[in-house]
Design a binder for this molecule. Structure first.
Ligand code: NCD
Length: 313
C-alpha cells in the first residue's frame, strides 16, 4: 500500500480487500472487555480538522486510541489558523511535534495532496475529506458495511447513490472504490447536481429514482450540502424531496434484501424520511460503528502493518 491514503483511486483491489479483511479482524476487538491493542504504542496521530466534523473526527480518534497511539486533536477553530496561519506553518508545527500520521479534513479540494507531497511533513497523510473531492475512508467503511450485508463480495452488486453528487466527496470516493471492487454503481441526481465530467466516471447515471431503486442491492442517500451551494440548484426543498427523497413509498420499491445507507449528517425529511432512516433495513448507525474498525485497519496498515496484531507485544 501507498504511504498515504489520499484518494480511493490509490487503492488497488488487493489493497482495498486487505483493508476490509483487516477491519473485520479488528472488529472482533470491540466484543472484548478491553478494546485496545498495543500496535501503535509510541506513535503520534494528529487529527487536523479545518472543517466541522462529528463522526469522522471521533472515529479516527477512537481508532488511533484503540491501537494505543498518542492522539493530538487540532481543529482550526480556536487555533492560530484564525490568526491567519498558513497550512504550511501549521504543517511545520505538527512535524516539529513528531507526527507519524496526519489525518486531515480541509474545505479545499487537494489540501491533503499538498500536505503529502510538499515535503513539509514526513509522516503518512490520510484524507478525511477535502472539499468536494474525496473521502476515501468513508468509501471503505461503506464497502465494509455493504460486504457484511450483501454476502461477502461486491462483484456485480448494484449500488445506487442518490442526491447532491456535485458537492459530495463521499460519492466520488464510493464510485472509485466500488468500481475497483467490481460493483455496478448508478448515480441518481437532478441534472444540476451532477458534476461536469461525470461521463468519465466508472458508473452510470439517471434522473429516474424509482426505476433505479427496484434494481438496487444498496441505496446510499447523500446529504444536500447547502453550505457548499452558491446558487439555487433546485426550486425548493419540497420539490427536491418529492423528486429525489427516499420516502416510505419509494422505500417499498427496494428489493427485500436491499439496505439503506447515509454517511451522515442527515437532513431528515429532505433526502430521507425519518421512518426510513430509522427502519430495520437502515444501516446508518452501523456505518458509524464500522468506521472505527476500518480506520483502525487503515492506520494499522499505513503505520504498523509489519508488526503482529496481538496483545501484549
Ligand atoms: C460527509 C462529509 O463530511 O463529507 N460526512 C461524513 O464524513 N460522515 C458527508 C456530508 O457532510 O454530507
Amino acid at each position: 500500500m501507498n504511504r498515504h491514503l489520499l484518494s480511493a483511486a490509490d487503492l488497488t483491489r488487493d489493497d482495498a480487500l486487505r483493508v476490509l479483511d483487516t477491519a473485520e479482524e479488528l472488529a472482533q476487538l470491540s466484543n472484548r472487555p478491553i478494546k485496545k491493542l498495543p500496535t501503535l504504542r509510541g506513535r503520534t496521530v494528529v487529527n487536523l480538522f479545518f472543517e466541522d466534523s462529528t463522526r469522522t473526527r471521533i472515529s479516527f480518534e477512537a481508532a488511533a486510541k484503540r491501537l494505543s497511539a498518542d492522539v493530538i486533536n487540532f481543529s482550526a477553530k480556536g487555533s492560530s489558523v484564525s490568526k491567519g496561519e498558513s497550512l504550511k506553518d501549521t504543517a511545520l508545527t505538527l512535524e516539529a511535534m513528531g507526527a507519524d500520521a496526519v489525518v486531515v479534513r480541509h474545505g479545499s479540494s487537494g489540501a491533503p495532496h499538498r500536505l503529502a507531497y510538499s515535503g513539509w511533513i514526513r509522516g503518512s497523510v490520510l484524507n478525511a475529506g477535502d472539499g468536494t473531492h474525496e473521502h476515501p475512508t468513508q468509501a471503505l467503511l461503506d464497502a465494509y458495511t455493504m460486504r457484511r450485508h450483501l454476502g461477502g463480495s461486491l462483484d456485480g452488486r448494484r449500488i445506487t447513490i442518490v442526491g447532491d453528487v456535485l458537492h459530495s466527496r463521499v460519492a466520488r470516493s464510493n464510485v472509485l472504490l466500488l468500481a475497483t471492487l467490481g460493483a455496478e454503481v448508478s448515480l441518481v441526481a437532478p441534472p444540476t447536481l451532477l458534476p461536469v465530467g461525470v461521463d468519465g466516471w466508472p458508473c452510470e447515471y439517471t434522473y429516474d429514482l424509482d426505476s433505479a431503486l427496484s434494481k438496487s442491492d444498496a441505496v446510499m442517500m447523500l446529504r444536500v450540502q447547502r453550505e457548499r451551494m452558491k446558487a439555487a440548484y433546485f426550486p425548493s426543498a419540497r420539490e427536491y424531496s418529492r423528486r429525489y427523497g427516499l420516502d416510505a413509498r419509494r422505500f417499498g420499491l427496494l428489493p427485500e434484501h436491499a439496505i439503506v445507507m447515509h454517511p451522515g449528517p442527515m437532513n431528515r425529511g429532505m433526502e430521507i424520511a425519518a421512518e426510513v432512516a430509522d427502519s430495520d433495513r437502515s444501516v446508518i448507525v452501523e456505518q458509524v460503528t464500522n468506521g472505527v474498525s476500518v480506520r483502525m485497519a487503515v492506520l494499522y496498515l499505513l503505520l504498523g502493518g509489519r508488526e503482529p496484531m496481538e496483545e501484549g507485544a
